[in-house]
Design a binder for this molecule. Sequence first.
Ligand code: FES
Length: 58
Amino acid sequence: MPKVEIVSTENGPNLVMVDGKVFTALCRCGHSQKKPFCDGSHRAAEFRAPKETNKVLD
Ligand code: FES
């Protein structure tokens, strides 16, 4: 079974990691025009949030 983690990057998106590789980046700032995906708008919005890691599956 693949190892799936969600990594909330500092001041950026939630990265969905599968077996240590980035599968996709999900917006968590609310400013993306391509929701649910991050389009980089968090930079212009000066989004601020800490880094966190949550393991979903082993
Ligand atoms: S986190 Fe990147 S656009 Fe929202």
